[in-house]
Design a protein around this ligand. Structure first.
Ligand code: SF4
Length: 405
């Protein structure tokens, strides 16, 4: 397959005069692509690499080692914000949300801003650029952010002698561009993505999908407990649900059964090459992907692969040919080696398959809505559509309108 061409990045003229580029790295794929792009553009000598550590409960694991591994030899500056997510919620009595991410403001932006001012002061630098890996397709809020401009950091009176810009150079990147940029420098993405997460963020991020939170309850039960406690303390919840058209709070301890002593899973011994299979008592292996479970059932020296989707409580048996091919390959090597081969290859295939199923689910929802509006059943509507389609495609009609095809 032809390699994807790396996207063009326009370099604002102000960058040329900058003394320093502060590149933020969360450990996630967008940060990796951002740093790789900055290196590609020849900025290595000007980069100061920074990471804001969100602490044991919210980080998947200490990111220092992972980021250093992918830092092109740059020194990594780790910032420890004075508060945790839970401190911020208790102090403000406000639960952050996608539209009001006060957690990002308090745990990332403000500590990074303080670091930047301090660093520039100590090194007597005049022009700095705060470079981040946000992408427009991620949210409306991000889409509205300018690619380049004078930073709010600049407006701080005590540091008005420092000129600071914000630059979001990969704002136009699609996920394929991100992956291509990472691949081009021979890096891998963090193992957390292969658990089914779309982003590497806080383990209980306010922007996460329901399925990702479900998965996090299993992977990070201590964090789920902390979330449940803070929700009760401030009487606000990280998720809401709609009942009879009204949005109501949905408490984490009501949504999930959180075991009082369960510990957060240590993922440090899981290789970045693999995804983790749990061996179940009945001899099967499974991966809980939050919205679905992938099950491998060994029987008489053979494997069967099943995908169970929970969102609409249906079991879809659609199998991607590629997954089946991988499974067939794996079979040749016996159970243990086969599973390992499967682990290595299955992650992105499942993501693709999941996207296809999401599309089908949306089509089904549309059909159900249409049927409801017409006052008929989905089956009747399908039959009607089939009939209409047949009529349309029939080019040879009898005088009485009957199709001869
Ligand atoms: S990753 Fe999510 S929860 Fe964490 S600070 Fe950012 S928005 Fe808030």
């Amino acid at each position: 397959m032809a390699k994807r061409e790396l996207p063009k990045i326009d370099i604002p003229k102000e960058i040329k005069n900058a003394d320093v580029l502060f590149v933020s790295h969360s450990g996630g794929k967008d940060s990796q692509a951002l740093l790789a792009a900055m290196i590609r553009l020849g900025f290595k000598d000007k980069i100061v690499l920074i990471h804001s550590d969100l602490g044991y409960l919210m980080e998947w694991e200490p990111m220092e080692e992972w980021i250093k591994k992918n830092s092109f030899g740059l020194k990594l500056h780790i910032i420890h914000p004075p508060e945790t997510f839970f401190d911020v919620v208790r102090r403000t009595e406000f639960m952050p949300s996608a539209n009001y991410p006060i957690c990002t403001d308090n745990l990332k932006l403000k500590p990074i801003e303080a670091f930047i001012h301090d660093y520039m002061e100590r090194h007597k630098l005049k022009v700095g650029v705060n470079v981040t890996g946000i992408r427009g397709v991620e949210s409306d809020r991000r889409a509205k952010k300018p690619v380049f401009g004078i930073s709010d950091f600049y407006k701080v009176r005590d540091y008005s002698h420092q000129m600071i810009y914000d630059w979001n150079p990969i704002k136009h990147y699609l996920v394929e561009d991100v992956l291509a940029e990472i691949e081009a420098v021979g890096q891998k993405i963090h193992k957390v993505y292969s658990f089914g997460y779309s982003r590497l963020s806080c383990t209980f991020c306010v922007n996460s999908q329901v399925g990702e939170h479900t998965m996090s309850v299993r992977m990070k039960p201590e964090t789920a407990r902390a979330m449940a406690e803070v929700e009760r303390d401030v009487n606000k919840t990280i998720r809401t649900q709609t009942i009879k058209g009204k949005k109501v709070r949905s408490y984490t301890d009501e949504r999930y059964d959180i075991h009082p002593t369960a510990k957060n899973k240590d993922i440090s011994n899981i290789s970045h090459e693999t995804i983790a299979w749990d061996k179940i008592d009945d001899g099967t292996y499974e991966i809980d992907m939050g919205e679905h479970i992938i099950k491998v059932i060994p029987e008489n020296g053979k494997f069967t692969l099943a995908i169970f989707f929970f969102k609409d409580r249906k079991k879809y048996e659609i199998m991607a040919t590629e997954i089946l091919d991988t499974l067939e390959q794996a079979l040749k090597f016996g159970e243990k080696t086969g599973l390992r081969i499967l682990e290595k290859n299955i992650g992105h295939l499942i993501t693709q398959e999941h996207a296809k199923i999401e599309m089908k689910r949306k089509q089904r929802e549309k059909l159900e809505k249409e049927a409801r509006e017409m006052g008929i059943t989905v089956e009747e509507l399908e039959a009607l559509k089939k009939k209409n389609k047949k009529k349309k495609s029939c080019s040879d009609e009898d005088e009485d309108g009957e199709c001869d095809v």
